[in-house]
Write a protein that binds this ligand. Structure first.
Ligand code: MCA
Ligand code: AMP
Length: 483
């Protein structure tokens, strides 16, 4: 397979990565990642402690150059989540930013510090190592399901290349583009699109470290051409715009504003367009499929749609009885199923889950959609009510319920998602306390979930009940809770 990063081999002197005041050109990245690749070559798998730093980007590129599959790890993972990911993916090494303090769950792994300095001698690996086969695993990205612990989606090198090249086509993405974003680097959006995307194009990414509108304004006013964000970020931008002329001006000058990971409400689309004259483009993807559809840079922007299938992606709608929906009528609803080179190969160690995810070679996304007469796809919901999208993160209700039930103050627990203007959905925990007179506080339960799973999985609202509504079979009726 041709190189994932041609600009590294070409040793271009153009900027590649910038995190705060630390930056590397493509040639410098080739040397830094190349020397790190030489140290990790031959490892079975490498965990990357995915802080939003230069070291993470170099570590991931190094592993890809060395042909070693990468497991990006949320540095805010709680104990249980981290233990599961490490046990399941069994990496032999962990790459981390120099100085990063790692938790005990990673203590047994050999640690290699990411190389981020400039002025290194040209690295042999970047120049000479043959590329692994297209089907070889590039990354294993963990994603939540409705129940149980997260599953590791094994993403082959072919999928990374195919999705990034399809986006080049859809967005007219070139080496002259400078992307700015503030997304976490342990998911597809921030890492594959947001870091590997610009590197594959020979362009540049500036990462803000954390999201704020000042950073977006600063970078888009000083050479950045594109911004990627989740709807929560665009909502915060829309809220800030009436009072912030500099932000409006900066966004108006952008070549492309892209939203994804969850639906961007039409109201926020409209507020941003009205204040900046710039239309946000939505694209639709999934950890397992990478990107499936997008509004094209040269297409008609239409709020409330995720555009058309990307080059190479086959997309079909299937109704509840399994029949194909042929109509492009703007009203027939079916599940989105996809096929193409952008897909994952399997869930790691989960042949049962992998088999259940496909039907006749098509991947069942669980997302429900309609198609407009001109092929634009509109997502209208999803099959599983036990999946919550909060801040763009996919979160399984069952995983949180299991952890809540382990708290000594909790007798019964149910988790639902409720509409939230900022997060899209907010996690709500419905709790029957073990002792009604001393219920655990909302903060205590949030801390408990954050410490075991991750901060973004913590309940934002806790409601106390005497009993959970159950049907005759004893199953919790979440609809009666409003979930
Ligand atoms: C708060 N914090 C806590 C607690 N409470 N930590 C421990 N225990 C607690 N009880 C900390 C948080 O860790 C965080 O720290 C800070 O307080 C605020 O956290 P939070 O409230 O979660 O932040 P937020 O305001 O809700 O964040 C909004 C956000 C975030 C920035 C938009 O949701 C985000 O980054 N979303 C991106 C999701 C994403 O990339 N999804 C892609 C997956 P600190 O402030 O220090 O961080 S989907 C995907 O990849 C597919 C393919 C696709 O289509 O894109
Ligand atoms: P994840 O598993 O975290 O990769 O999240 C994938 C899910 O995010 C998809 O199945 C969709 O439900 C949702 N999603 C991603 N992009 C969009 C979008 N532009 N509009 C609506 N939902 C989206």
């Amino acid at each position: 397979m041709p190189s994932l990063f041609p600009a590294l081999a070409a040793r271009s002197d153009r900027p590649a990565l910038r995190f705060g005041d630390r930056a590397l050109t493509h040639a410098e990245l080739a040397d830094a990642a190349g020397s790190l690749a030489a140290r990790i070559a031959g490892a079975r798998r490498v965990a990357v402690w995915a802080t939003p730093t230069l070291g993470t980007a170099v570590g991931v590129v190094a592993a890809l150059l060395a042909g070693v599959p990468v497991v990006p790890v949320n540095p805010r993972s709680g104990e249980r989540e981290l233990a599961h990911i490490i046990a399941d993916s069994a990496p032999s090494l962990v790459v981390a930013e120099p100085g990063a303090v790692l938790p005990p769950a990673l203590a047994a792994l050999d640690r290699v510090d990411a190389v981020t300095v400039t002025g290194l001698p040209p690295a042999p690996v970047a120049a000479g190592t043959p590329e692994p086969a297209p089907g070889a695993p590039a990354l294993i990205v963990y994603t939540s399901g409705t129940t149980g612990p997260p599953k590791g989606a094994v993403l082959p090198r072919r999928a990374v290349a195919a999705t990034l090249d399809a986006l080049e086509d859809a967005w007219q993405w070139t080496a002259d583009d400078v992307l700015v974003h503030a997304l976490p680097l342990f998911h597809v959006h921030g890492l594959i699109l947001g870091i590997l995307g610009p590197l594959r194009r020979g362009g540049c990414v500036r990462h803000l470290g954390r999201f704020d509108t000042e950073g977006v304004t600063r970078e888009l006013s000083s050479g950045a051409t594109m911004f990627f964000g989740v709807p929560t970020m665009y909502h915060r931008i829309a809220e800030a715009l009436p009072e912030d002329d500099a932000l409006a001006k900066a966004l108006a000058g952008a070549r492309l504003l892209v939203s994804g990971s969850a639906a961007l409400p039409v109201r926020d689309h409209r507020r941003i367009a009205a204040a900046t004259g710039c239309r946000v483009v939505e694209r639709y993807g999934m950890t397992e499929t990478l990107m499936n559809t997008s509004v094209r840079a040269d297409g008609e922007p239409r709020a409330g749609t995720v555009g058309v299938p990307l080059r190479g992606v086959e997309l079909r709608l299937v109704d509840e009885s399994g029949d194909l929906i042929e109509a492009y009528d703007g009203e027939s609803v079916g599940e989105i199923q996809v096929r193409g080179p952008n897909l994952f190969t399997e869930y790691l160690n989960r042949p049962d889950a992998t088999e259940a995810a496909f039907t006749d070679g098509w991947f069942r996304t669980g997302d429900m959609a309609i198609r407009d007469p001109d092929g634009y796809v509109r997502i209208v919901g999803r099959k599983a009510t036990d999946l919550i999208k909060s801040g763009g993160y996919k979160i399984g209700a069952g995983e949180i319920e299991n952890v809540l039930l382990e708290h000594p103050g909790v007798r019964e627990a149910a988790v639902t998602g409720e509409p939230d203007a900022d997060l899209g959905e907010r996690i709500v925990a419905w709790i029957v306390p073990a002792h009604a007179e001393v219920p655990p506080s909302a903060d205590e339960l949030a801390d408990h979930v954050a410490a075991q799973l991750a901060a973004h999985k913590r309940p934002r609202t806790v409601r106390y009940l005497d009993a959970l509504p159950r049907n005759d079979m004893g199953k919790i009726m979440k609809r009666a809770l409003g979930g």
